[in-house]
Ligand binder design. Sequence first.
Ligand code: NAD
Ligand code: UGA
Length: 463
Amino acid sequence: MTNILCIGAGYVGGSTMPIIASHCPEDRIVIVDINEARIAAWQSDQLPIYEPGLDEIVRQTLGKNLFFSTDINRHIAEADIIFVSVNTPTKTFGQGAGRAADLQYWEKTARQILENSTSSKIVVEKSTLPVRTAEAMERILNSNGNGLHFDVLSNPEFLAEGTAVRDMQNPDRVLIGGRETESGQKAIKRLVEIYAQWIPRDRILTTNLWSSELSKLVANAFLAQRISSINAISALCERTEADINEVANAVGRDERIGRHFLRAGVGFGGSCFRKDILNLVYLCEHYGLPEVARYWEQVVTMNEYQEARFAANMVTSMFNTVAGKRIALFGAAFKANTNDTRESPALEVCRALLAEQADIVITDPHAMENACYDLGELASRITFEPDPYVASKNAHAIAILTEWPQYSQLGYERIYNSMVKPAFLFDGRNLLEHKKLYEMGFNVYPIGKPPLTHLVTPGFKHS
Ligand code: NAD
Ligand code: UGA
């Protein structure tokens, strides 16, 4: 039996470890966190994250070989392998503020591992970290002089929220980086054996430490770059009557380009893309590569442009004022099938419309509590309404900001009839059937396609 510990019971720790537990019944997995409420929630009927399929796996393993605890020190002492999946947000202070990763939680964990260890261990970086962080981790851990040895591995996580269970059960690849020393290679082999319980061996890649750490940042940067690329083209489509879906399909059919991650929208959100690209930008600057830094920075700039452009287009289309107008925002989560609202474009659009003094109503099937929390003081100016029909009643406009499948099933005729006329619909995810909505009477503004309006849109030249 291997004693596996995971420090950090967030989205990553909480969704990966139950799956490891389910595939490794001989091993004992403990997840710890400083957040007592979170640890309690993981053991309750209402898990702290909404992730399709996860409840069942937690239920099957909890109390058998999966345990949650706040007694971090004790479990460190007992562990053979420690995964660290604490948060690594963007630094908000001092050197590198706004770009560099804030490694304080990370370093605290390293010191806590050192203080509480009585046996040698494998420490696995699961969090996303700047390249060469493992070096600092090794220095801290192996500074003990008490004869213990720590092997540090990098095993970045590639799961996406909303599909975490599927991604973890059947990943494209698992990446494990380690030292090229005998002990480092032994540690890699041990971790490979865990994943090999359910993942074909040829999908488990092993590399040096730095390649593994850097690959995670690069993978996220490439994914986000594709979204910014298609969003940039969506702006051009809106000026030229090209259709972004048709362009994305035509371009993506080239196997060298591929069809994934070419969905134009209101911008990418989530806790990681922005943070990881800014971290990459900071690293490039740190290593004296300003041109490379500017290249990647543009991916974030384009995303901010897309969010701002969407909100500005709403204001311009609604006769240049939304002050006092009820606007229903459909969706607060940064994508469908999650309750996560971190860096959600929906909240950015919400902030921009509040600045224009709009009367905002937010509806979302799972993310309202987090939206309320993330909006902070602004939340008191917003109505949170679980029922989209009630949210859109007497509204001047609806904006689709999260691609929840249930939003494509709504009775839009009923919604239209309950709205103030002219009724506007801004589809920030190109989720709905625009022509049908237009025929119902809506003025429809998709992304990357000409608007379908019963008004003459200022600035848009029909051919
Ligand atoms: P999260 O904020 O949801 O969870 C982090 C948890 O760590 C929190 O519950 C926090 O209380 C806990 N924590 C912080 N310091 C601690 C300490 N000293 N001891 C014990 N617990 C501590 O974060 P997350 O979304 O799970 O992300 C974690 C890491 O994984 C980040 O580096 C992120 O970039 C990376 N990542 C996230 C995703 C994702 O989909 N969210 C995917 C891949 C990688
Ligand atoms: C992303 C990556 O996909 C994961 O591989 C990675 O592990 C994770 O970040 C991480 O490091 O945190 P996630 O942020 O959960 O996962 O979700 P994505 O599916 O990547 O979507 C991110 C954002 O891009 C969402 O706002 C989504 O709506 C948007 N998006 C995605 C588009 O606008 N268009 C697309 O074609 C795809």
